[in-house]
Design a protein around this ligand. Structure first.
Ligand code: ATP
Length: 243
């Protein structure tokens, strides 16, 4: 569904992503793991069109999205949940959700959009209880739910999730990960998941890629990566016996 080929991304002279190729099949959760500064967020932000690659190509559902503007990438069916959630704090929960459907405004979709807001509240009941409350007063976990709900309001076929577990208590981040699985299983969503918490990410993903200093250094099924000694040592916090 998503195919990246030899993608290069620069910030002025900083070569943040180096000839990265990866793909995500329809209905998969694919984890992109790696340490600080590996280039994970840069890659996601380029897929959503907010950054431009300077080499290589990006295709989504057969369409070349390499040079598409962000709003056209959203319209094509890709929605990003940004790192640190970035909800609109002074606005109410419900207005944040409505903004997620901004592209579909004026399309005589009012009833449809209200119905979708109700579905978000069914998935995250706490958001329904706080619908009039300003988003900035929500807890970190609730803001993460809102950021996911807002992304869903664009009716995506693919979600790009940037560190959804960041800064959350373990039980809360488990709950967010369970919802990600539910989005794949119940709604057929395809997910590219960036996570520093490799253990949680590989537990729910079908496949994964490991990124270091701008490059993909390893790829495989979640089982293969979980059994890989380098991954265990570097990302799963396991002591590996010397051979
Ligand atoms: P983390 O897990 O810490 O968020 P990451 O894997 O998402 O890390 P990126 O944020 O994509 O990594 O950063 C990749 C590289 O690009 C880093 O060396 C970073 O310093 C650099 N970088 C990121 N944003 C900018 C920017 N706006 N200007 C210049 N360099 C940047």
């Amino acid at each position: 569904m998503l195919i990246l080929k030899n993608v290069d991304i620069f910030y002025s002279r900083v070569h943040a992503v180096r000839r990265v190729s990866l793909h995500v099949n329809q209905g998969e959760i694919v984890a992109l793991i790696g340490g600080n500064g590996a280039g994970k967020t840069t890659l996601l932000t380029t897929i959503s069109g907010l950054l431009r690659s300077s080499g290589g190509s990006l295709h989504f559902d057969g369409q070349d999205i390499t040079r598409l503007r962000p709003e056209h990438i959203v319209a094509a069916g890709i929605s990003q949940v940004p790192e640190r959630r970035l909800v609109f704090k002074p606005m109410s929960v419900e207005d944040n959700l409505l903004l997620g459907a901004y592209q579909r405004r004026g399309l005589k979709m009012r009833n449809q959009i209200q119905q979708e807001i109700r579905q978000v509240y069914e998935m995250f009941p706490v958001l329904g209880q706080r619908r009039k409350q300003s988003a900035g007063t929500l807890s970190g976990g609730e803001q993460q739910m809102l950021a996911i709900g807002r992304a869903l309001m664009a009716k995506p076929r693919m979600l790009l999730l940037d560190e959804p577990g960041m800064g959350l208590a373990p039980a809360l981040s488990q709950m967010i990960f369970r919802h990600v699985v539910e989005l794949r299983d119940a709604f057929g969503l395809t997910v590219l998941l960036v996570e520093q918490n490799a253990k949680c990410a590989l537990r729910i993903a079908n496949r994964g890629y490991v990124m270091e200093t701008g490059r993909i250094i390893l790829q495989g099924s979640s089982e293969e990566l979980q059994l890989n000694r380098d991954v265990q040592r570097a990302y799963l916090g396991r002591e590996v016996e010397q051979q």
